[in-house]
Write a protein that binds this ligand. Sequence first.
Ligand SMILES: Nc1nc2c(ncn2[C@@H]2O[C@H](COP(=O)(O)OP(=O)(O)O)[C@@H](O)[C@H]2O)c(=O)[nH]1
Ligand SMILES: [Mg+2]
Ligand SMILES: [Zn+2]
Length: 319
Amino acid sequence: MGNANTEAEGIVLRAVCGVYTVHADGRIVHCTLRGNLKKEFEYSGGSAPRVTGVKRHHGRDALAVGDRVLFVPGPHGGGIIEAILPRRSRFSRTGFRGREHTVVCNLDLVVIVAACAEPNPDMWKLDRFLVAAEAEGLDAVIAANKTDLVSGDAVAIFVEYVNVGYKVVPVCAKSGDGLRALQEILTGRIAAFVGASGVGKSSLLNALQPGLNLRTADIGRVTWKGRHTTTAAQLIPLRFGGWVADTPGLRQFELTDLDREEIADCFPEFRPYIGQCRFDDCRHEAEPGCAVRDAVECGRISPRRYESFRLMAAAAESR
Ligand SMILES: Nc1nc2c(ncn2[C@@H]2O[C@H](COP(=O)(O)OP(=O)(O)O)[C@@H](O)[C@H]2O)c(=O)[nH]1
Ligand SMILES: [Mg+2]
Ligand SMILES: [Zn+2]
């Protein structure tokens, strides 16, 4: 029969009403799911039968933005998805009617954008983003933007994080300084840009990918020029190879549902001391023989980061 139906591999950029925009070798293919596959997923949850349209919509975890797929290309830039490759990660959030939905799959990296000034960095907020990234098992880097607004070493502002082992990349969306380094980190990966409003997330993405023309200085999400802000998740392919996740669910990235013990685990500098405390169920507060607190007192853990842990743990316990 020949190889007319050879499968190609691609990545799902968007999913709208059963049509999946697949990015493969720099090309865009509009795919549908092979019938069998669709049925498989529709019934996989074991829920009561519903009309097809609704079912397809609610079977949203069948295939999500970021999924890697095998598809058979067809005519007119179309194709049929034959298989979904195993997911490396799945980032989900509780959304509509308390349903858990997949925000994006196969996310590799979170770029936490902070400004060196205007607005001044909020380290407490930064800590929460980092804890969320750790909890999701994602790599995190800090992009220290607006280096033009400070004299001297921008990395020094974030030295606390360098000491913990995080990578801090000084960048300037305005002048383009440091973009090459950020580009190298993003290449070949699926990244999410998170950070407070006004730190320069959209500006950085515009600078990384001229022509993207994301709106800046807005409170909304990044969006293509000339398009209305959509609420659908999507991946934006970067010209140098790599994808940026633009999904509404990522705005709540910092909201996690962790308990005190899990939060402690999400502070990498605590890890050598956890399990060394006198009591197995140590809360790392006022307990005698707390190895974490001892490390703070000896200067091996930043007192501010420790305080940040205590605030997060207390907030988690009051939920
Ligand atoms: N001075 C300076 N301003 C910047 C830089 N990057 C972004 N801005 C400005 O900061 C404001 C917020 O940027 P924006 O990209 O919309 O931030 P977002 O809310 O994180 O997406 C805008 O007025 C930008 O022009 C930078 O590197 N230097
Ligand atoms: Mg923005
Ligand atoms: Zn302890």
